[in-house]
Design a protein around this ligand. Structure first.
Ligand code: TMP
Length: 235
């Protein structure tokens, strides 16, 4: 079954539909893929199903560990029911290993372990290309108070402490990942998705990328990698 109700918002990888209750929404996961601020566009067949199922599993795991999330229930292979939050326009990136934009920006060798993990904030704004910002910038723009930023950082580390060993048990290294949070009844909770679109996952046996980097860098076997993550996380 696919969502048929009122569409409230369409993003690059998801659509948000109204739910029966006004304080809930339905997240519909598309197969559309973009990279480099949507300069590159494509389709990863079956991605929406993988990201919905993987996000469900990870949100349930985090919930069990006492980390509040927007997840309520999976409705179908591409849809989940969530709390309706007001998204905080900050992309919270957690890094356990040097890769991606960090390697590029600082000229560091990709693959180097980062211990303890570092947390970065990006201002979620497509027109500006999601720039890296610090606490002072976010305070200046009135995007978040110091208290909210402290909480975002704390939650990000707690989530990493749960997810990192979960992936190791499944023979994947959680290199880095991006989180988004929202406000629900004055409380900050984890929102959006956690999936191979928003994580870097390296196969611990081969070191191969099992995530959206395969699409970003035209590495091939993209669908296969997503299916393998689904199998290891939900199988
Ligand atoms: P980066 O190295 O390109 O800054 O990416 C860090 C992590 O954030 C990586 O796991 C991919 C994820 N990410 C997103 O989920 N959305 C984005 O728009 C970007 C740029 C990265």
């Amino acid at each position: 079954m696919d969502a048929t109700g009122l569409m409230l918002y369409e993003g690059k990888a998801k659509k948000i539909f109204a739910a029966a209750r006004p304080d809930q929404v339905i997240q519909y996961f598309k197969d559309d893929a973009t990279a480099f601020n949507a300069e590159k566009r494509g389709t990863i067949v079956g991605k929406g199903v993988v990201n919905n199922m993987v996000s469900e599993r990870l949100f349930m795991l985090l919930d069990e560990k006492g980390i509040p999330t927007h997840f309520l229930e999976r409705l179908s292979d591409r849809e989940m029911l969530t709390k309706k939050v007001t998204i905080v326009p900050v992309e919270v990136v957690v890094r356990n290993v040097v890769a991606g934009s960090l390697a590029k920006r600082l000229g560091l060798q990709a693959g180097e372990a980062i211990e303890p993990a570092i947390v970065e904030f990006y201002y979620k704004n497509d027109a500006l290309g999601d720039p890296l910002v610090n606490d002072d910038h976010l305070r200046l723009m009135k995007v978040a108070t110091p208290g909210v930023l402290r909480e975002l950082r704390e939650q990000a580390h707690k989530i990493n402490a749960v997810l990192k060993p979960f992936f190791v048990e499944r023979k994947m290294q959680l290199v880095d990942f991006k989180l988004e949070f929202g406000v629900f009844h004055n409380k900050l909770i984890l929102a959006d998705e956690i999936s191979p679109d928003t994580c870097r996952l390296w196969d611990m046996a081969t070191g191969e990328s099992m995530d959206k980097d395969r699409f970003r860098k035209d590495m091939g076997k993209i669908e296969e990698a997503y299916q393998e993550v689904l199998k290891r996380v939900c199988g």
